[in-house]
Design a protein around this ligand. Structure first.
Ligand SMILES: C[S@@+](CC[C@H](N)C(=O)[O-])C[C@H]1O[C@@H](n2cnc3c(N)ncnc32)[C@H](O)[C@@H]1O
Length: 363
């Protein structure tokens, strides 16, 4: 019993830095390998004129190196104990002029902001460098990508599997809605594999550092439309698109959207809808709290049951005609026998344009 208590105390002791016990639910895994910190900072390509955004500075191991190469660092940290530790660590050092720490959010001079990055307005930054808590990976990525003004690049540590999903190509096992959506908005490259022993305490998973460079201009597509199509296609990514688009529920949704759009057009006296990527569209992304990171194919094998057959259709000539229209579009682009798991960005853009031209929308 006493031995158990001692073991427990030793175990907790391992997880202390500067007297702070780390809290796993806040993703507190501190970088303990200085060479790794140097490599991340070097790969980020920071210029002396850059303002760097760091998310989750923790006890400041990465912050210290960032301050050596950047013009300034703005850090957003959830845990007030860490903010105090940063304060303690940098006060009275040559860095303290460059990293002004204060809990007073009213002052514009603040460069460490205490708060939840997902709920904070992001300050201006040229480049983001961060070892983040993995549980916010997906919403944080889309929050950054919807940020305006656009930043030059983000160099971020993610859980390895999340990183591999970000960079996955058509045909890869991990190619998914997350890959297609992020690659629409950014160029993404894998920089570095990081083993779990580089952290204190070590997480249960391996990690990777990834570079994210926002695309500008954005492809001329409404993100809401795009994500509507991608979500449908990747719900069962290994099924043919013909099979997905024959499902009753899919046809019913598209027909409803189609009729709404027709009615709107009539109301607007024949005005045409233009599908542009607008800041409004990206605003949708910023509010996306859903996590699309680990979505998997629903794996259902019930295509035949779900499909809408002609004689199945109640009062159905209108519905049958709509189904024919949808399947016609798939054939027109040679998509009926293809699967989302193998389609490229260009394929999806073309498919969306065919649907939209026919007045069929996904949101
Ligand atoms: C993986 S640790 C990284 C610490 C430090 N950057 C390092 O590399 O040693 C993640 C940090 O993010 C902070 N954090 C967790 N959730 C956050 C959130 N929603 N917004 C801002 N910071 C958060 C944690 O308190 C923790 O300090």
């Amino acid at each position: 019993m006493a031995g158990g208590k001692i073991r427990k105390a030793r175990h907790q002791q391992q997880h202390l830095q500067g007297g702070i016990p780390f809290e796993k639910f806040k993703g507190q895994h501190i970088l303990k390998n200085p060479m790794l910190v140097d490599t991340i900072v070097q790969k980020a390509g920071i210029k002396p004129t850059d303002i760097v955004l760091e998310i989750g500075p923790g006890t400041g191991n990465l912050t210290k190196k960032l301050l050596e190469v950047a013009k300034s660092v703005v850090a957003i940290e959830l845990d007030p104990r860490m903010v105090l530790e940063l304060n303690r660590r940098f006060q009275g050092t040559p860095y303290s002029n460059r990293l002004k720490i204060s809990l007073d959010l009213a002052l514009l001079l603040l460069q460490v902001i205490q708060g939840d990055v997902l709920k904070s307005d992001l300050p201006y930054f040229d480049i983001c460098v961060a070892n983040i808590p993995y549980q916010i990976s997906s919403p944080l990525t889309f929050k950054l990508l919807s940020n305006s003004p656009v930043f030059r690049c983000a160099v971020i540590m993610f859980q390895r599997e999340f990183a591999m999903r970000l960079v996955a190509n058509p045909g890869d096992n991990l190619y998914c809605r997350l890959s297609v959506n992020t690659q629409l908005l950014a160029r993404i490259s894998h920089l570095l594999k990081v083993g779990r022993n580089n952290f204190k305490p070590p997480p249960k998973v391996d990690s990777s550092v990834v570079r994210i460079e926002p695309r500008r201009p954005l492809p001329p597509v409404s993100f809401k439309e795009w994500d509507g199509l991608i979500r449908l296609c990747f719900n069962r990514k290994n099924k043919t698109l013909g099979s997905i688009f024959r499902q009753k529920s899919v046809l019913a949704l598209l027909e409803k959207n189609y009729k709404t759009m027709q009615a709107l057009k009539q109301a607007q006296n024949g005005e045409t809808e233009e599908d542009k990527a607008s800041s409004d569209d990206l605003g949708v992304l910023a509010n996306a709290t859903e996590d699309m990171s680990m979505e998997v194919d629903s794996g259902r094998d019930d295509d035949d049951e779900m499909e809408m057959e002609e004689d199945d259709v109640a009062g159905g000539s209108e519905k049958a005609a709509f189904k024919e229209k949808v399947i016609g579009i798939l054939h027109q682009g040679d998509f009926a026998e293809k699967r989302a798991s193998k389609l490229t960005q260009v394929d999806f853009l073309y498919l969306l344009s065919l649907f939209n031209k026919a007045g069929i929308h996904f949101c």
